[in-house]
Design a protein around this ligand. Structure first.
Ligand SMILES: C[S@@+](CC[C@H](N)C(=O)[O-])C[C@H]1O[C@@H](n2cnc3c(N)ncnc32)[C@H](O)[C@@H]1O
Length: 404
């Protein structure tokens, strides 16, 4: 690969090469080496999350970036986070591996004290190799990775099992991206059953359903590997979902988490309810529209919390103290904080007002305050800036919107 078809671009404090011909391409598999500048928010949040994880759980990092493409995420992390002991930077594409090596040199990272291992392997092979090495050589220099990142094209489903086999079983951080949102958001429910063993559902709150299916799937695969998970952060934006899961190994707690697997039942009229304890029970009659034949469901999926409060609060501080000071990230994190302990699913206010043929859409903050004054709970949600979460039922919300 000649340098003359490479150009240098910058992301934050990091400069790196990409192929000139990839610069204006629509991000896809057909690029010679994948780079998506719109995913900068994903990389910013990932870096913040890994730094906060390292601080809160007192971990020196041994990290695997299993699908690194140009290496931008790892290189940024190496420059922005100061307690990395070792990092594996891997991609199956040989051109990507060559570029990763160039980008490490460009940023003078080859002269630093941490260990960098660049490889061209199938991610599953790499995870298995790491796990195998750990079985054979159990010593402090061969610590299991405590952070693993999976960032494939489309579904991550094929890689999750071997990744959980490789990760530190107590207080490890598993970071998983899915970009097959048509599958998880209910456009292709049969594909979802095939890939995630769960039925997705097209609805106004499909983004939350998709994220909960991904967490459910990752959690079940973790359980098979004698690991439980706790979501620290769930981030759904545009065409991707990224989840950050903390691992634990208490079998008793893993069994308790079975209560967090269940279903969402949805009626076409907008009524929705949940079935917990992993049992699907469709009601005979909808309490809102009184029909019996308009029900559908999504699941099994994760019914537990999507984020951890302490983790979110630290992330907000970290973002405000960082060079990014990103307002969009701040908004996402504050909405995520707001949606903690709230009912599952949300209502898009603009769509509801449109259906009710209301001339004016009231301000979301005005709606939230009025609902709270009536004694209900209400919050924003990071899944949709035009939506609210509340325990007020759909009919009451509609009646109430007409009065505002
Ligand atoms: C979406 S891109 C990753 C983007 C990158 N993490 C970033 O932040 O720019 C997916 C990458 O996964 C690589 N890949 C696809 N299948 C793989 C596999 N089985 N093992 C390892 N890498 C793989 C592709 O070559 C591609 O570079």
């Amino acid at each position: 690969m000649e340098n003359n078809n490479l150009i240098i671009i910058k992301e934050g404090s990091t400069k790196f090469y990409i192929h000139e011909r990839d610069l204006d391409s629509i991000p896809s598999k057909s690029m010679s080496i994948f780079y998506n500048k719109k995913m900068i928010i994903n990389r910013d949040i990932s870096n913040l999350a890994i730094q906060v994880y390292s601080k809160l759980y007192k971990q020196d990092l041994v990290m695997v970036d299993s699908m690194a493409a140009s290496g931008i995420s790892s290189i940024r992390l190496l420059k922005e986070c100061n307690n990395i002991r070792k990092i594996y930077i891997n991609d199956i594409n040989p051109m990507a591996v060559e570029l990763i090596k160039k980008n490490i040199k460009l940023n003078n990272l080859d002269k630093k004290s941490f260990q960098i291992e660049v490889s061209r392997k199938d991610a599953n092979y790499l995870f298995s190799e790491i796990a195998q090495k750990n079985y054979i050589l159990k010593n402090e220099y061969n610590q299991k990775p405590n952070v693993i990142s999976i960032d494939p094209f489309g579904t991550p489903n094929l890689y999750i099992n071997s990744a959980f086999n490789a990760i530190q079983r107590e207080k490890g951080l598993m970071c998983i991206t899915a970009t097959d949102t048509a599958v998880l958001h209910g456009v292709r429910p049969k594909a979802c059953l095939r890939k995630y063993m769960s039925k997705s559902l097209k609805s106004d709150y499909c983004k939350e359903i998709g994220a909960r299916i991904l967490i459910f799937f990752a959690s079940r695969i973790a359980n098979v590997n004698k690991i439980g998970i706790k979501p620290l952060l769930t981030f759904s934006s545009g065409h991707f979902i990224r989840i950050f899961l903390l691992t634990y190994k208490s079998k008793a707690n893993i069994s308790k988490d079975f209560k967090k697997y269940g279903y969402i039942i949805h009626c076409k009229c907008g009524y929705r309810t949940i079935n917990d304890n992993n049992i699907l029970k469709i009601p005979k009659i909808c309490p809102t529209c009184h029909s019996s034949d308009k029900f559908d469901f999504a699941g099994p999926l994760w019914l537990g919390e999507l984020h951890d409060e302490m983790f979110l609060k630290e992330l907000i501080i970290q973002n405000n103290n960082s060079d990014y000071q990103n307002k969009r990230i701040n908004k996402v994190l504050n909405f995520a904080l707001d949606e903690l302990n709230m009912p599952i699913s949300y209502y898009n206010i603009h769509k509801l007002c449109q259906n009710l043929k209301l001339q004016n859409v009231p301000k979301i903050d005005v709606i939230l305050n009025s609902i709270k004054q009536k004694g209900f709970v209400a919050s924003r949600t990071h899944f949709d800036p035009l939506a609210i979460k509340t325990n007020m039922d759909i009919d009451s919300i509609k009646q109430f919107l007409k009065t505002l």
